[in-house]
Design a protein around this ligand. Structure first.
Ligand code: SAH
Length: 459
């Protein structure tokens, strides 16, 4: 270990910063955030420093650096653009055994500043010891994306509960289980994010009174249409907390691999040649696993509330008294439209979108005359098999045969394929496509010529 990471308590402690430019400004911001009593020395200062001085947030000392400025400070940061001056500051600080950071020059510094992810009071610091700052920054960005904004609030809440938890639970392991339950409690997190204090209090009380083993719940998560990067941050966070992931055919391997390595994965979709698990059995499975105390993520392609039977599963959980929450996903219509350059609405061409299941039984038929109305976009899910019927019904209702149509196969993935033509060719195009495919019908499809930007590697 080249450096010992420590977190310094600088509140009201005199600290010195040397430099008055942009880099110094960044360091000043950090020191001010940490509550240091800050003195800044430089011949000239930028406007921000002057504003801080005016607001009495720090003291400016104009002029060149003098070692006596170090006399009463705890630490110093050298942030000038003159390496001789920086050297001089470092040597003087070393003599006095004062910790000194020299910006951009870790080899001449007695402390370095990490990249930080600030979820105060929770703080994560990342450093490569100066050897690969870009790598540290990339890692920071990654952590930034997986650590929810509300974590700070959760940590603060935990701080207020510590005494009570100590009194209530006598063994270390009981306390640990309590904390684990609290930190992965999605509804509590949401209440904190909403600053809904009565709800926070109610959920906290429930946590204290419920048995420690009882931490099961189900989160219905939309995985998006294909490209794993379209999973939401919240979906990712849920996936990483799940003990069990119950998933469908449309969920990509790449997304499944984002779950914890020790999480159990249960496939309930339809594999080729096999029937899918009956819905009733899936409903029961979810309730059973949650009741056994597991955190279950029910992962579905696209958005779980759009032709995903998500509601049916939740109704069952509601009846069974199992707590649940929902994380939306990018539905195939949005994903395929974006990745094929077809805007679903457009001021000149389409004032509305209809998301329709093509899985229609002819006896419970759709209102075809309203579907054939002008200036709207029709999006058929599961429509390949019925393409001929869709085509003939729309033409029968006087939607022009020349209206552009597109079939997007494996949308948003590297194997995306787009077949386009006119309404009169829909059934012919459908014969060339395979599942999963989405049918888009409307004048907006014509914009693809100009707006198509996505060129998948294999397509
Ligand atoms: N809940 C999903 C839809 C499930 S129904 C969602 O919101 O997207 C399954 C149908 O969705 C498929 O038959 C197909 O029409 C469409 N679909 C899902 N993923 C797709 C993809 N990557 N490309 C094209 N169509 C897709």
């Amino acid at each position: 270990m080249d450096y010992l990471p420590i977190f310094c308590q600088l509140r009201d402690k005199p600290c010195l910063l040397v430099g008055g430019g942009e880099i110094a400004e960044r360091k000043a911001r950090l020191l001010l955030d940490a509550g240091a009593s800050l003195t800044v020395n430089a011949p000239n200062f930028n406007a921000q420093f002057l504003a801080w001085e005016q607001a009495a947030q720090l003291t400016l000392i104009r002029g060149t650096f003098e070692p006596t400025l170090l006399d009463s400070v705890w630490l110093v940061i050298a942030a000038t653009d003159d390496s001789d001056v920086n050297n001089h500051i470092y040597a003087s600080a070393n003599e006095r055994r004062i910790f000194c950071n020299v910006v951009d020059s870790p080899e001449r510094a007695s402390f370095i500043m990490p990249s930080i992810i600030d979820r105060s009071p929770l703080m994560v610091a990342v450093s490569s010891g100066g050897s690969a700052p870009v790598l540290a920054r990339l890692l920071r960005e990654k952590l930034e994306s997986i650590l929810p904004q509300h974590l700070g609030k959760l940590a603060a809440l935990a701080g207020t509960l510590r005494g009570r938890v100590k009194k209530r639970f006598h063994s270390m392991s009981a306390r640990r289980r309590f904390w684990e339950k609290l930190f992965v409690h999605d509804r509590l997190a949401q209440a904190l994010a909403n600053e809904d204090s009565p709800r926070v209090q109610q959920l906290t009380e429930q946590l204290f009174s419920a048995p420690l083993e009882d931490r099961g719940e189900v989160t219905l998560v939309g995985a998006g249409p294909g490209d794993a990067a379209l999973l939401t941050l919240k979906g990712l966070q849920q996936l990483q907390q799940a003990d069990i992931v119950v998933y469908d055919r449309l969920v990509s391997e790449e997304i499944l691999n984002l779950s914890r390595r020790d999480a159990e994965r249960i496939f309930v979709g339809k594999a080729s040649g096999y029937h899918s698990v009956p819905q009733e059995q899936i409903n029961q499975l979810l309730a059973e696993k949650a009741r056994a105390g597991h955190r279950v993520v029910r992962l579905k392609g696209g958005d779980p509330f759009i032709f995903g039977r998500g509601a049916e599963e939740l109704e069952h959980l509601h009846q069974a008294g199992v707590p649940f929450s929902v994380v939306p996903g990018i539905t195939a219509a949005s994903g395929c439209a974006a990745y094929s350059g077809i805007p679903l609405t457009h001021r000149d061409h389409s004032q509305g979108v209809r998301l329709i299941t093509g899985h229609v039984k002819h006896d419970t038929d759709l209102d075809w005359s309203s579907l054939a109305a002008e200036k709207q976009t029709l999006v058929f899910y599961m429509g390949l098999q019925q393409a001929e019927y869709i085509q003939s019904k729309l033409i029968e209702q006087r939607l022009p045969e020349t209206v552009p149509v597109a079939i997007i196969e494996n949308g948003t993935s590297t194997s995306q394929r787009v077949l386009s033509g006119q309404l009169s060719q829909l059934s012919e195009l459908a014969q060339q496509a395979s599942s999963p495919s989405l049918i888009i019908i409307g004048n907006v499809v014509g914009l693809r010529e100009k707006l198509n930007w996505f060129a998948p590697s294999s397509g």
